[in-house]
Design a protein around this ligand. Structure first.
Ligand code: UDP
Length: 163
């Protein structure tokens, strides 16, 4: 019946992934990992967050001792924001990421993205939304009408890594 069918049907979800500044030069490999694992990329953009934008993105952590360091790191270089769509996309992407701390990831999940491309507890290569609600907020942050992190103009562009 409909009830059983709905219960057994896996849900198509969208999630917000972000390749953080420390892994920007490995973005190709991380995008490849997304595509290989049966997830689809619906939107993708490159930008650089200001300190204020990084602070807003991680506002939920504003009282934590690591917040100032996290904001500095997240605004230190270009990032790639990605909208991922697929069955169980939120959990699947977080599983591909591995544990938050890259050192833990190397010990427990050596094949994970954070194990391969991250450094420590702060510089951990990539982000993934932790729920439907945060996915909606974060996707709006990067892809909504008031989207953040645009280049002001070309001569002012700080994204170019080939000087
Ligand atoms: N973070 C940090 N120090 C910590 C814990 C987290 O700098 O002790 C950073 C890290 O970059 C992490 C982000 O804050 O990805 C958000 O933390 P959260 O606990 O939400 O982990 P995540 O959901 O990203 O695995």
């Amino acid at each position: 019946d409909t009830f059983t069918r709905n219960r057994l049907q896996k849900k198509t979800e969208r999630t917000c992934a972000m390749i953080k500044p420390d892994a920007f030069l490995n973005a190709g490999k991380i995008v490849n990992a997304i595509v290989r694992s049966n997830l689809r990329i619906n939107q993708l953009r490159m930008c650089k967050l200001t300190q204020q934008e990084a602070a807003q993105f991680y506002a939920v952590h504003s009282e934590r001792p690591f917040y100032p360091k996290l904001v500095d790191f997240m605004s230190s270089g270009p990032i790639l924001a990605i909208e991922i769509v697929g069955e169980d996309a939120i959990a699947k992407w977080r599983s591909l990421l591995g544990p938050t701390n890259s050192e833990t990831a190397r010990a427990e999940r050596p094949d994970s993205i954070r194990a391969k491309f991250g450094t420590d507890n702060t510089m951990n290569a990539a982000h993934g939304s932790d729920s439907d609600e945060t996915a909606t907020t974060e996707l709006d942050f990067f892809f909504g009408s008031g989207r953040v992190g645009q280049c002001a103009n070309l001569s002012d562009c700080t994204l170019c890594i080939i000087k």
